[in-house]
Write a protein that binds this ligand. Structure first.
Ligand code: NDP
Length: 329
């Protein structure tokens, strides 16, 4: 039986484009669980996959979509029964494997997570890879000793998916959150999520650059990398800790050793893609307990498969507010 998918292909000249296509189920990749997808999410990485960026997709034609939630349609794995609600993030699904921009997916059961109690499949995609990564970052910062009493936590790329959910989660957990954003038009939305202050990205970057700057942040969650991460590292307080998770501003990082050897600053790398099952389950559970999804509603936009190529360009241009959800049917 066929299903609709956004099929991404590359022509002989190397141009990558996508179109909604009817696909025969026999073309689904190997796997032991087949899922009817209710919702997928749009992530920065999907923007790259849909435009051929970053060399993430090697084999065409391809179905992108790095996260999705849905209902088990067919299972050859004891852990998953027909009708069960599941969520998938990471494991290079949507990059190396066919992903969530389709009505149906077939995957390895090891990559799935049963939907945490209380969450709908739509809720799970409001959270998505973005929210999971935000939670994993907070968990790592806290494991390094961060508590609400430590002081201000800076979130960069704050109006995007990871940044906005990190802001909401930190505020709910009692942290004082400062958000760095290049888009003042979203300041009100960030304040509503619990941001105590907004730092203008241009003003932040325009400050004179010194090897070590006045210390302000107890911790930071950095979604953008590049010059922003380089500068904020010099402003982290003694014994502070920074979680680096993104590269929206580039993969470069120019720094010096002074924040590390004079202030004992710790730089932690966050990867959500290859996290083991138990770590994922614990993070999803904490999200279900902490994240006020209703209060995040103004930052959610729903689109269909046809609208994805335009949305991919928008996310790469840093123009998406919060989370974009994809309804494949
Ligand atoms: P979004 O596009 O939703 O958010 C990125 C935000 O970064 C933008 O909203 C913008 O925020 C800011 N930004 C964009 N371009 C620039 C720029 N040139 N300079 C400075 N800031 C910029 O993406 P996601 O939230 O989905 O992902 C954020 C980053 O995290 C991406 O690099 C993504 O690849 C990475 N990521 C990593 C994961 C991991 O496992 N390590 C998992 C998920 C995402 P504002 O306008 O507020 O400044």
């Amino acid at each position: 039986m066929g299903f609709r998918a956004l099929l991404t292909d590359r022509d002989d000249a190397g141009k990558v484009s996508s179109a909604v296509t009817e696909i025969d189920e026999a073309r689904l990749p190997e796997g032991n669980v087949t899922i009817d997808i209710d919702w997928a999410g749009l992530n920065y990485k999907d923007g790259l996959c849909l435009t051929g960026g970053g060399g993430l997709v090697r084999n065409y034609p391809h179905v992108a979509g790095v996260d999705f939630a849905g209902t088990v349609r067919d299972s050859a794995d004891d852990r998953y029964a027909v009708g069960q609600k599941v969520v998938l993030t990471g494991w290079r699904v949507g990059e190396v494997q066919w992903g969530g921009f389709a009505e149906r997916a077939r995957v390895n059961a090891d990559w799935l997570v049963p939907l945490p109690g209380g969450l709908s499949t739509r809720d799970a995609m409001v959270v998505g890879t973005a929210g999971l990564t935000a939670m994993l970052s907070i968990n790592r910062l806290e494991a390094a000793g961060l508590t609400p009493a430590s002081g201000e936590v800076l979130v960069t790329g704050a109006a995007g998916g990871v940044g906005s959910i990190a802001t909401a989660l930190l505020a709910k957990l009692g942290y004082t959150v400062a958000t760095l954003s290049g888009r003042p038009q979203h300041a009100e939305a960030l304040t509503a999520l619990g941001a105590a202050s907004i730092v203008d990205r241009n003003e932040f970057l325009a400050q004179p650059d010194k090897p070590l700057e006045s210390s302000r942040w107890a911790a930071a969650i950095d979604c953008v990398g590049g010059k922003v991460l380089s500068k904020l590292l010099k402003q982290v307080k003694y014994d502070g800790v920074v979680a680096a998770l993104g590269n929206a501003a580039g993969i470069g990082l120019e720094t010096n050793v002074l924040p590390f050897i004079l202030r004992g600053v710790t730089l932690i790398g966050i990867d959500s893609v290859m996290q083991p099952f138990d770590t994922r389950i614990a993070a999803w559970q904490r999200i279900a307990e902490t994240f006020d999804i209703a209060a995040y509603g103004d930052l959610v936009r729903e689109i269909g498969l046809e609208e994805l190529p335009a949305a991919a360009d928008q996310i790469l241009a840093g123009e998406i507010k919060g989370r974009v959800l994809v309804r494949p049917r």
